[in-house]
Design a protein around this ligand. Structure first.
Ligand code: BES
Ligand code: MN
Ligand code: ZN
Length: 490
């Protein structure tokens, strides 16, 4: 979808659907809306009266109009609360969804500061998202939303840059959604690495990958243990974005869990939990999205993105409960439950990333069902060994309207990872499963300032929520990018 900015009278905005935010109290609250209604010969007020639309948050009303350039007007109630950028995103998102079967949509922003424009631009593109790759014939939509316009009061350079930043973010989010939604027979570990390679060529990032032999040479035996039961080759991928010029910048490394399918291995999952397990590479998808957006936004910060991609399967070489492997970092690990595979892959990749000595080391992973039990489907668990990092991240998340909740790294639980025969077991006791998973990861980050984001809930949704669609969401990219921008400016 092409996006643009326009200024001027609402009655003259050309679009199949013109979406406007209406505060409590209705159309009389704004001179712009009054003028629009007048041009539409009072059709808006008449419809609002008939349908009892008063502008309360959650209300919406579609009105066919004549006398104005738009074919339909969508009134969206936004209530009394002062409008934040995230409200602009959700307004634009709803407008794009309402216009899904039309050709063009325009959105009237009630505040048009840069952040609102950026969020609305992201929301328009994100709202038009549908995963169509595997549909054929009549299952394909006849029309797609082709043009989106934001109606603002200014079209200066800053407004245009904000529009473009929103598009860049949305592109990254859409890519992550596509990757998460892709079926695991096609999105194999090698295919995921190829996507990262193509994107890095396109946007000028450095790209490196390791195959099974390469991982053996490094000694990534925990990662390789998970791969043993799979017929598909594993891949570790490392993307680097370095800003131009010679300025000294901060360095942040992101690590992602890239399980293209998690059957649970020999400790096999029941069918009802296995069906969603193509989503288990969402951490890798978010990691790719963040580094691509950082590069396209030319952020003055060095960003590394690493992920470990493999399947967790039950082939006849599959790793077993009771096996012991030596990690890349050096500690030996006794395998307890082969379904706790993510932390094994992450352990080796985290250690590789820690050796790059980044200012911050941040991993995204669909790591534990326990995190969803604790926080529900929409909130990510945030574990950090550095308060400043946690604070900065939570602030960025708040600006973007993504939900994170800080969880404790309780040292008391560390003893549940004690093994009789190896340095560590890789799972803890029955309770506190998302915390013991994080404590296991902490063993492999050295002295890094590190944060682990458990996105098992929000990465992949059973039904749409807010501005997230059903299926892959791209959750985490907006916050990651905002964090990098603020860090660069600090
Ligand atoms: N990929 C799963 C976690 C998951 C569950 C992600 C639901 C998204 C939705 C992970 O590999 C896993 O299986 N974790 C186990 C750990 C347990 C065996 C200690 C879990 O959460 O049950
Ligand atoms: Mn698992
Ligand atoms: Zn998993």
């Amino acid at each position: 979808m092409k996006l643009s900015l326009t200024t001027g009278a609402l009655a003259r905005v050309r679009a199949d659907l013109l979406a406007v935010a209406v505060p409590t109290g209705g159309l009389d609250k704004s001179a712009d809306l009054k003028a629009l209604d007048k041009a539409a010969k009072g059709a808006l007020k008449a419809a609002a009266k008939l349908e009892d639309f008063t502008g309360k948050a959650g209300e919406s009303l579609r009105v066919h109009v004549s006398g104005v350039s738009a074919k339909q007007v969508l009134l969206i109630g936004v209530g009394d609360a002062p409008q934040k950028p995230r409200d602009a995103r959700s307004l634009a998102f709803r407008a794009a969804q309402a216009a899904a079967k039309l050709g063009s949509v325009a959105v009237v922003l009630s505040t048009d500061d840069d952040d609102a424009i950026r969020a609305a631009s992201e929301g328009l593109r994100g709202g038009a998202y549908r995963y169509l790759t595997y549909l054929t014939g009549d299952r394909l939509p006849k029309k797609q939303l082709e043009h989106g316009t934001l109606v603002v009061h200014r079209k200066d350079a800053a407004a245009k840059a904000a529009l473009e930043a929103g598009e860049i973010l949305a592109d990254a989010i859409v890519l992550a959604r596509d990757l998460v939604n892709a079926p695991p027979n096609d999105l194999t570990p090698t295919a995921l690495a190829d996507v990262a390679k193509d994107a890095s060529t396109k946007f000028g990032l450095d790209f490196k990958q390791w195959d099974k032999k390469g991982l053996e040479k490094l000694g990534m035996n925990l990662f390789l243990a998970v791969n043993r039961g799979s017929a598909e080759e594993p891949r570790m991928v490392h993307l680097v974005y370095k800003p131009g010029g010679n300025q000294k910048t901060k360095k942040v490394a992101f690590v992602g869990k890239g399980l293209t399918f998690d059957s649970g291995g020999l400790c096999i999952k029941p069918a009802a939990s296995m069906i969603d397990m193509k989503c288990d590479m969402a951490g890798a998808a978010v990691t790719i999205g963040i580094v691509l957006a950082a590069a396209r936004l030319n952020l003055p910060i060095e960003v590394h993105a690493l992920f470990g991609a493999t399947e967790n399967m039950t082939g006849d070489s599959a790793y077993r409960p009771g096996d012991v492997f030596k990690s890349y970092e050096g500690k030996t690990v006794e395998i307890i439950n082969t379904d706790a595979e993510g932390r094994l892959v992450l352990a080796d990749v985290l250690w590789h990333a820690a050796k790059l000595e980044p200012d911050y080391l941040i991993d995204h992973a669909t790591l534990t069902g326990a995190c969803m039990v604790a926080l529900g489907p929409w909130t990510a668990g945030l574990f950090a060994n550095d308060d400043e990092l946690a604070r900065r991240y939570l602030e960025a998340a708040d600006s973007e309207g993504e939900l994170y909740w800080r969880m404790p790294l309780n040292d008391e639980l560390r003893e549940s990872l004690r093994s009789d025969i190896a340095d560590l077991k890789h799972t803890g006791d029955k309770h506190g499963g998302s915390i013991t998973a994080a404590l296991f990861l902490r063993e492999f980050v050295g002295k890094s300032k590190w944060m682990h984001l458990d996105i098992a809930g929000p990465a992949y949704l059973e039904r749409p929520h807010g501005t997230s669609p059903k299926g892959g969401t791209g959750f985490g990219i907006a916050t990651g990018v905002r964090f990098l921008e603020r860090l660069a400016a600090s």
